[in-house]
Write a new protein. Structure first.
Length: 268
């Protein structure tokens, strides 16, 4: 995913390397969607921050009569999505999530791991909900892992080397707030509202597994500001820190706990 306000060059292949772990929360969110909203005539399901389109394709399978529109700001991700999506019901368009305007009426606004990149995202959610018809659904999943070692150590590594001044300007993931804050903002507009959290105990394998995982998302803004060989040196410094925080077990597995927040709001 890319947000439209954070300027990064996304590596679609690296992002998809951990597709299974990224897809599971997307499916958990999708499971709370009302099939009736996917069958509304003249309405579309929007996948906001669609990235490489893998979730858009699953939405099309889950809602066989719906038009799916994926929105993202990354040309690289959209190009990947278009080449891998033969279904004519699924289309992709470049757009800014902070100023989203649907081309046709939405029945569902769905977003998996995108809005946490945007400053003040909580203030955008009521406006998104108001775009929906009565009974329509706003479904959002955001990582809430910004205080975990995997993310705190990005800042530690950034401040610990000759790249410190360059990386001081990084605009990274925006903190996701306590669940009750989102409840208070959305409840007055809803006929139904579910908010919950899940901590996924992700088993990773390979060299630098946690660093590789974050290199496709949260670490990206840091990496994009550096040139080689400094870029590689920063990555190695970060990888060494997270390897201590998330040690590899005797069986070769590294357990990477990852907290995610879910919101499913039904328009009153």
């Amino acid at each position: 995913m890319s947000s439209g306000t954070t300027q990064m060059v996304w590596d679609a292949n690296l992002y998809l390397k951990f597709a299974d772990h990224r897809v599971r929360p997307a499916l958990d969110l999708m499971g709370r969607l009302d099939p009736a909203n996917g069958a509304r005539l003249g309405h579309a399901i929007y996948d906001l921050g669609c990235g490489a389109g893998n979730i858009s394709r699953i939405l099309a399978e889950r809602f066989p009569s719906a038009e799916i529109v994926g929105i993202d700001s990354s040309e690289e991700m959209l190009a990947k999505a278009r080449t891998q999506t033969p279904d004519s019901r699924v289309s992709f368009a470049k757009g800014d999530l902070a100023n989203f305007k649907p081309g046709k009426p939405p029945g569902i606004l769905y977003s998996n791991a995108a809005y946490h990149w945007l400053e003040g995202h909580i203030d955008m959610f009521p406006g998104l909900l108001k775009l929906l018809p009565s009974g329509g659904q706003l479904a959002i999943q955001m990582p809430r892992n910004h205080e975990a070692p995997s993310h705190a150590l990005m800042r530690t590594a950034a401040e610990a080397g000759p790249w410190r001044d360059k990386l001081a300007q990084v605009r990274t993931i925006r903190p996701v707030l306590e669940p009750a804050r989102y409840y208070d903002v959305l409840k007055p507009l809803c006929s139904g509202l579910e908010i919950w959290e899940t901590i996924y105990q992700q088993p990773l394998t390979g060299k630098d597994p946690v660093a590789q995982f974050t290199a496709g998302t949260g670490l990206r803004p840091y990496l994009d500001l550096l040139q080689e060989p400094e870029r590689a040196a920063f990555y190695e410094a970060y990888a060494a820190l997270v390897a201590k925080a998330y040690p590899t077990r005797a069986d070769g597995i590294t357990i990477f706990p990852f907290r995610r927040l879910f919101i499913v709001a039904r328009r009153a």
